[in-house]
Design a protein around this ligand. Structure first.
Ligand SMILES: *[C@@H]1O[C@H](CO)[C@@H](O)[C@H](O)[C@H]1NC(C)=O
Ligand SMILES: *[C@@H]1O[C@H](CO)[C@@H](O)[C@H](O)[C@H]1NC(C)=O
Ligand SMILES: *[C@@H]1O[C@H](CO)[C@@H](O)[C@H](O)[C@H]1NC(C)=O
Length: 125
């Protein structure tokens, strides 16, 4: 209980840090885009909010029944929500170094999301 006043001092600091940290877009890039890399895919993935719900969506490259001969060098996810209310992207399999990638997109509760996903690669030779 001795440390309670200290906690009272630190907690608001932590909270304000978190709110600042989340009040922006959740851009993420896996790997690095090289100067000669090819843009293999560019897709806008948008979902409308559902009241009190978290929306989950899977993004996969290449698409089902399509093939890809390029080695992925980078995957860039741009969150078009700039107020921090947008979703989060998580790499679930593949990515830089291999020829496929799957990403899980997750909204915040009662929010939608709006992402641009770009997949870059180079020829496998
Ligand atoms: C996310 O990327 C977009 C487009 O490049 C940019 O306008 C925005 O400032 C970025 N947000 C953050 C927090 O880096
Ligand atoms: C990019 O391509 C140019 C022209 O073919 C080549 O000279 C350069 O070395 C390449 N750069 C990389 C990083 O592969
Ligand atoms: C992929 O191919 C299989 C077999 O031809 C087919 O049943 C399936 O519907 C296809 N999937 C898509 C998304 O086109």
């Amino acid at each position: 209980m001795k440390n309670l006043p200290l906690l009272g001092l630190i907690l608001p600091l932590i909270c304000s840090y978190i709110s600042v940290a989340t009040a922006q877009s959740h851009n993420v890039t896996w790997g690095m885009v090289g100067p000669n890399d090819t843009l293999l895919e560019r897709e806008i993935v948008t979902k409308k909010y559902k009241f009190l719900r978290i929306i989950d969506e899977e993004f996969a490259y290449p698409r089902e029944n399509f093939s890809n001969d390029y080695i992925i060098t980078a995957v860039r996810v741009t969150d078009l929500y700039t107020d921090g209310d947008g979703g989060y992207a998580m790499l679930t399999s593949g990515g830089p170094g291999v020829k496929y990638v799957t990403i899980n997109l997750k909204s915040q509760r009662t929010h939608g999301f709006n992402f641009i996903i770009e997949v870059f690669g180079r020829e496998d030779k």
